[in-house]
Write a protein that binds this ligand. Structure first.
Ligand code: DC
Length: 225
């Protein structure tokens, strides 16, 4: 059976990773959370107290601690840097609040995009991020761009953080999400932007199941062709 590439882009907490995971599972495809990779680079920068002036050292850190993914017993995804489990560490506020400057560094993007394209070369894939449809997989057969209001996205992240035991204030979260949207959309390299051939879907007030079924229908239309 033919395998396709599905690119799911959109701003922070637009529901990308939740739906991407379900769709990948249903199709038996690889799921790749590219945001986790930028978070890993940020974690390394913070751990070694590196700034944007230390790009070659940061690239060396990334080479010394390869990013990999594994499946936990409960089916959730685990993220590793070398042999260190950083699944929870990369979701902490210090990483979240620094990821915009790290992900704006062209050299870091070049390295991580190359890794993402290598992973995609091995078969059917659902990849979520900011530049998947525009830069990483411009040939993807299906491109989805998910959006949602800042209020709704802040509430989703708030609930997620509560479940993970990460202390958060809702108002602060709204401000951080709006600030991250602005930085992600206005950076020079690969800004957050829908590809011309992407389907833009507003998930405000829409359930996860509804988003999944919309994307699955589109995927099936392509697979049945
Ligand atoms: O999806 P997320 O919130 O975990 O992503 C974290 C950050 O990584 C986000 O603020 C922007 C950056 N990112 C990116 O620049 N390009 C991607 N393909 C994915 C994420």
């Amino acid at each position: 059976m033919k395998a396709i590439q599905i690119a799911i882009d959109g701003p922070a907490s637009s529901g990308k990773s939740t739906v991407a995971k379900i769709i990948a599972k249903n199709l038996g495809y690889t799921y790749l959370d590219t945001g986790a990779m930028y978070r890993c680079a940020t974690y390394l920068a913070l751990k070694s107290e590196l700034t944007k002036e230390h790009i070659s050292m940061l690239l060396a850190e990334l080479a010394a601690h390869p990013i990999s993914f594994a499946k936990a017993v409960d089916g959730s995804q685990e993220v590793f840097l070398g042999d260190k489990d950083v699944t929870l560490a990369i979701r902490q506020n210090d990483v979240t609040n620094n990821v915009s400057w790290v992900s704006a560094l062209p050299e870091i993007r070049q390295e991580l995009v190359a890794q993402q394209q290598r992973i995609a070369a091995s078969g059917g894939i659902v990849m979520d991020g900011r530049d998947i449809g525009t830069v990483v997989l411009p040939q993807a057969e299906l491109k989805i761009f998910l959006i949602a209001s800042v209020e709704e996205r802040a509430m989703r992240r708030y609930k997620e953080n509560q479940e993970k035991g990460i202390p958060t204030d809702l108002e602060t979260l709204k401000e951080e999400i709006a600030a991250r949207d602005f930085k992600d959309s206005n950076r020079e390299v690969s800004p957050l932007k829908a590809a011309d051939d992407a389907i833009v879907f507003d998930t405000t007030g829409v359930t996860i199941e509804e988003v999944v079924s919309f994307i699955s229908e589109k995927a099936n239309e392509i697979l049945d062709k």
